[in-house]
Write a protein that binds this ligand. Structure first.
Ligand code: PGA
Length: 243
């Protein structure tokens, strides 16, 4: 994947078979390698063989074997997928994903040459208690500890404040810029790696993308709800990738 602004469409656990077929039909007009679609694992084959990239929402911390319901990094990589999301707040919250599991998933993914999109972000309570920086420091270092620069070359970080996901509430550009700066600083000072790409995610839509696109040092956007409607997603791509 090129290290330019990218859009990752996180379709989450949405759309029926019929809707996915229509969706894939409609996105064939999108011709840029800077959009990565992450559908439900079951639907990934529908997305392969076109001009955009495909990723997976979740991978196992184990390499293979008797782990019912799981998908391994090597399986994902063998289909030609380019990345996996790791540490999404919904996985941390609903599936009680731990820092240790997140780290192991990242190690697995990198071992099998999948790029990693590590999601980090604070809850509303943590923000109100002025703990954003300490929460993010812990999430970033817990996930990326011990990785070499060669490995970190394949890691992206998505800053997704938990309170901004699916709520239509977003931080100011200034706040996002500050946090992106902080994440880059942590990675540089603690992991000796300069310039890790940091994206923003949370309630992005075609109306706010023009403003969000002005954020300094932002390497792209992780789009959830708005990626479910192709027209809406295309408008976001138009601004973020082509502007
Ligand atoms: P949202 O989700 O765009 O619906 O807020 C973003 C995400 O969870 O990645």
């Amino acid at each position: 994947m090129e290290n330019k602004k990218i859009i990752v469409a996180n379709l989450k656990m949405n759309l029926s078979k019929k809707e996915i077929e229509e969706y894939v039909e409609q996105i064939q007009t999108i011709q840029t390698k800077r959009v990565v679609f992450c559908p439900s694992a079951l639907y990934i084959p529908y997305f392969l063989g076109y001009d955009y990239e495909v990723g997976i929402q979740q991978i196992s911390e184990y390499s293979q074997g008797a782990y019912t319901g799981q998908v391994s990094s090597s399986q994902a990589a063998s289909l030609g997928l380019v990345l996996t999301l790791v540490g999404h707040s919904e996985c941390r919250k609903y599936f009680h994903e731990t820092e240790e599991q997140i780290h192991k998933k990242i190690v697995q993914a990198l071992h099998h040459k999948l790029n990693v999109m590590l999601c980090v972000g604070e809850t509303k309570e943590q923000r109100d208690m002025l703990k954003t920086d300490s929460v993010i420091r812990k999430q970033v270092l817990g996930a990326l500890k011990g990785l070499s620069s060669e490995e970190l070359n394949h890691v992206y970080i998505a800053y997704e404040p938990v309170w901004a996901i699916g709520t239509n509430e977003i931080p100011s550009n200034r706040d996002i810029e500050e946090t992106i700066k902080f994440i880059k600083h942590i990675v540089k000072s603690k992991l000796s790696f300069s310039d890790i790409p940091v994206l923003y995610g949370g309630s992005i839509n075609s109306k706010n993308i023009k403003t969000l696109n002005k954020i300094e040092n932002c390497s792209g956007f992780l789009v959830g709800g708005s990626s479910l409607k192709v027209k809406e997603l295309c408008k976001i791509i138009e601004v973020a990738v082509k502007e």
